[in-house]
Design a protein around this ligand. Structure first.
Ligand code: SAM
Length: 229
């Protein structure tokens, strides 16, 4: 049985993170206690009456910058013995399935920092952050959606979270050689003249396996040739 993973998220938009993590598989993982996700409003660690989390950038430039002090106060309050602090940022290491697996296996407690505006005062990176993570080469308005994506992909890999233990082994990026998964079908066998490949109805496991492998290679070459070994 795996140890429980605890996650604290610091954001100025708690509801944006909460909603996608409350439904379906992720919601059940929280209800069953496999994962403990707490989503905090960063403004709870401000000390002024306006609960101010941003200020103008030194050196000029557009937009506002998130102040360091609420992040430092929050992380100092929340950190435990085995905490890893992760900053969601487009400047981080690009996230992928292998990283999701590493986080799901090795993390005990994550504190996830979400930026907004122009970003976060760099002293937060220097003084608090263990890993900077980007979910892709594009810029979002806010780190809350990135945090939800990051958490979803990690939590679903914790043993017992997905109904079938084979699911995370037989899916894209995880099947043999890290290529894409074969396409899937369900009833009806004939939908508006589009038929399910005959072999999938044959019950012949060896032939089905061979077909899946061939079509997975075909689709990977078509959509993601960069994944081919
Ligand atoms: N000015 C920053 C830059 O150019 O690197 C971008 C700031 S972005 C508008 C605001 C916040 O959204 C960031 O602090 C970060 O938390 C989050 N964010 C935006 N794109 C992201 C991405 N691709 N991956 C992870 N977080 C992202």
């Amino acid at each position: 049985m795996s140890e429980r993973l605890d996650i604290d998220v610091l954001t100025i938009f708690p509801e944006v993170v909460r909603a996608p993590l409350s439904e379906s598989i992720l919601g059940r993982a929280s209800d069953e206690g496999t994962v403990g996700i707490r989503i905090h409003d960063l403004r709870d660690w401000t000390t002024d009456k306006y609960r101010k989390v941003d200020d103008e950038p030194y050196g000029g430039g557009p937009g506002m910058v998130m102040k360091p002090d609420p992040f430092f106060a929050a992380v100092r309050d929340l950190q435990k013995e085995k905490t890893s602090v992760v900053l969601m940022t487009p400047q981080g290491r690009q996230f992928d399935q292998e990283m999701a697996r590493e986080f799901s296996v090795s993390s005990k407690h994550l504190i996830i920092l979400c930026g907004h505006y122009e970003g976060i005062d760099h002293r937060v990176v220097q003084g608090l952050v263990d890993q900077e993570v980007s979910i892709g080469d594009y810029v979002l308005t806010n780190g809350a959606l990135a945090a939800a994506v990051f958490i979803d992909s990690i939590v679903r890999l914790i043993p017992g979270v997905l109904g079938d233990e084979r699911s995370p082994i037989e899916e894209s990026f995880s099947v043999e050689d890290g290529i894409l998964e074969a396409p899937c079908y369900t009833r009806p066998a004939d939908f508006e003249g589009m038929k399910v490949p005959e072999v999938l109805l044959s019950g012949h496991h060896e032939k089905i396996k061979e077909w899946k492998r061939n079509i997975a290679v075909e689709r990977t070459l078509e959509n993601r040739p960069d994944l081919m070994p």
